[in-house]
Design a protein around this ligand. Structure first.
Ligand SMILES: Nc1ncnc2c1ncn2[C@@H]1O[C@H](COP(=O)(O)OP(=O)(O)O)[C@@H](O)[C@H]1O
Ligand SMILES: [Mg+2]
Length: 321
């Protein structure tokens, strides 16, 4: 469905020396700084996948999404959507694409939401019956019909994002790019958005590429992650496999009846405070049950719990922090 080959983007930034002399010099000789925002990214995404596109601020996520959506021209490399090169057949290819930027609405602030939808219907030349069918589905998932008479400028952020999602789906795109759609949303809007993604993926087989800083979004939606940093591919794979590979350990938390805590040969005591000790062990080497059995031979144990390495650990480790 999506094929990205050796994709790169350099930005040219005008460097300006400070002060008046700097401004004058700038007239004479332009000084440019090159920013290599995306470096040689290659990956493919199949129909119906939901992929989390993850990385810290400035990693190059939005730049990559803009290139995949045909908004920005790559410095190098190609993007194919459904086999078609986006830079060569842009007009046709964007009909298969929907994009939502959480931080920037594509809706017209001066119109009512429904009027914005009508406008898009004309731009994309959507048949009335298809238009109505899509709105019906969107109404079931997002309750959008009660918002159509509302002027966009009077909408809350949550309502506005719902409006943007529907606007992006009106022409029934095969691929939907969502760049930080949940940013700043309240809990119920976030819930609605996650339901929306799951439903369109199920009903319409829409392929979804999602950037987010919300670990809940990733855990709930994405089987696959692509992690980038400094414009470079760090990880591409199944979420649980990445977790197993980058963080092949668990932490056993043991509460004793007093402050003395025994060591264990096959794991490392990483924390000991008061009556509680934390033991980190490799999943392949031993099990929590084994460690508990050994420790309880030496001391009476009051309580235990196990901390799995989570996605937040993965993100930290993948980013090298
Ligand atoms: N229009 C632009 N002009 C110059 N530099 C840019 C522009 N847009 C983004 N950048 C730079 O490119 C890098 C990647 O940015 P971006 O793709 O927005 O990252 P992310 O979405 O992962 O936070 C950053 O260093 C950013 O400052
Ligand atoms: Mg971004």
């Amino acid at each position: 469905m999506i094929k990205v080959e050796n994709l790169s983007k350099d930005y040219l930034l005008k460097k300006k020396a400070p002060g008046l002399s700097g401004a004058l010099k700038g007239l004479v000789k332009r000084n440019y700084e090159e920013i290599h925002a995306v470096k040689d990214l290659s990956f493919s995404i199949g129909e119906g996948e939901i992929v989390g596109f993850i990385g810290p601020n400035g990693a190059g996520k939005s730049t990559t999404i803009k290139m995949m959506a045909g908004i920005l021209t790559p410095t190098n490399g190609s993007v194919y959507i459904n086999g078609e090169d986006i830079t060569k057949h842009r007009k046709e290819v964007v009909r298969n694409i929907g994009v939502v930027f959480g931080q920037r609405s594509q809706l017209n602030w001066d119109l009512r939401l429904g009027e914005s939808f009508e406008l898009l219907k004309h731009i994309y030349q959507i048949q009335q019956k298809d238009y109505e069918a899509t709105l019906d589905v969107m109404d079931e998932i997002l309750g959008i019909k009660e918002l159509v008479d509302k002027p966009v400028r009077q909408m809350s952020l949550g309502q506005r994002v719902k409006g943007d999602l529907v606007a992006a789906m009106l022409h029934s795109p095969k691929v939907l790019f969502l760049d930080e759609p949940t940013i700043g949303l309240d809990v119920s809007s976030k819930f609605a958005l996650r339901t929306f993604i799951k439903e369109i993926n199920k009903i319409k087989k829409t392929t979804v590429i999602l950037t987010t800083h919300d670990l809940g979004d990733i855990e709930e939606l994405c089987e696959r992650l692509i992690i980038i940093n400094h414009g470079v591919m760090m990880e591409d794979g199944n979420l649980s496999q990445i977790v197993d590979r980058i963080a092949p350990y668990k932490t056993l938390v043991v509460e004793y009846y007093d402050e003395a805590a025994p060591e264990h040969a096959r794991c490392e005591m990483i924390e000991h405070e008061g009556n509680i000790a934390k033991y980190k062990f490799m999943k392949q080497e031993t099990t929590a049950a084994e460690i508990i059995a050994d420790l309880s031979k030496e001391k009476n144990i009051k309580d235990v719990s196990i901390e799995e390495a989570g996605i937040d650990d993965i993100i930290k480790i993948a980013y090298g922090s």
